[in-house]
Design a binder for this molecule. Structure first.
Ligand SMILES: [Zn+2]
Length: 283
């Protein structure tokens, strides 16, 4: 894969994510976290733990970015997200903060249609939040998930967490089916970074898409990715998963300005438009 849709060329444009050291709540040793966005609540700092104390507290270090709840009240969801130690205040993320009016409208409509859907129908909704690092994709993901999670079965995690990186290839499809079955709100952060081999990764994505397609209840899927559009996403997740996911998750960007540096990613935006299929441009 070459040209503007290559993850390498995107990495070259974006550079690195800014990180800061935050003390572990249990021992005070420094833990690296994404930098605080200015003007955001910083209560998340109280929940940060080093890997050893995360393990001792029952937060699996390999799935530190995963949160799963079945509980029915929003305080439990907030507590779960706060315990999720890679999180920078995401428990308070709201659709009102999304810079792009078009994207906030898409997200609001997702929440409303899922909320209004008959629980016994196969309603499918979603959004793929695209754009460079730092523009608020993960925060926009949590804005949707936070609105829907209380009272619903929600699973949020990094690509490798959700795709069961912790199981051997021969157990992969069964593990993903077990993990995704029953999930009503699915958030997958940073699609395009899985360490699995390409054939296993595509098998995993196909298993995930099959479970979502079969679910007898409404499902909302929210993805974030640096990959530029469905051409690059298809190369990553495989044609079978992409044909299903693209029907549920239109592309949207939360904005083009890096919230930490104020830099506008004009080059990325131009590359994205160049890489998009004509039918993606008006989504
Ligand atoms: Zn510690």
């Amino acid at each position: 894969m070459t040209g503007p849709s290559s993850p390498n060329s995107i990495g070259a444009i974006l550079g690195r994510v800014t990180t800061i050291d935050v003390p572990c709540r249990d021992c005070g040793s420094p833990v690296s976290r994404p930098a605080q966005l200015s003007g955001r609540p910083d209560s998340w700092r109280d929940a940060v733990r080093c890997p050893a104390h995360a393990a001792a507290a029952g937060v699996d270090a390999a799935s530190a970015r995963a949160a799963s709840v079945r509980d029915r009240d929003s305080q439990t969801w907030i507590d779960t997200v706060r315990a999720f130690d890679a999180v920078a205040g995401y428990e308070l993320a709201s659709v009102d903060e999304i810079d792009s009016t078009k994207t906030s409208t898409i997200c609001r409509r997702l929440i409303d249609t899922h909320t209004a859907a008959d629980p016994n129908t196969g309603h499918r909704g979603g959004v793929a939040l695209i754009g460079p690092t730092g523009i608020g994709k993960t925060r926009a993901l949590f804005a949707v998930v936070n609105a829907l999670a209380p009272g619903r079965r929600a699973l949020v995690g990094s690509e490798d967490t959700v795709l069961a990186v912790d199981v051997p290839p021969w157990e992969l499809a069964a593990a993903i089916t077990a993990r995704i079955t029953g999930v009503e709100v699915l958030g997958i952060d940073d699609v395009g970074v899985s360490l699995r081999r390409p054939d296993e990764r595509m098998l995993a994505w196909k298993a995930l898409a099959d479970v979502v397609a079969r679910a007898p209840h409404p499902v909302t899927v929210v993805l974030t990715t640096n990959l530029q559009g469905w051409t690059a996403l298809t190369d990553w997740v495989g044609a079978q998963a992409a044909s299903r996911l693209s029907g549920w998750t239109p592309l949207a960007s939360p904005g083009w300005t890096d919230r930490r540096t104020g830099r506008t990613h004009e080059q990325w935006r131009q590359d994205l438009l160049a890489a998009q299929r004509p039918e993606e441009r008006n989504r």
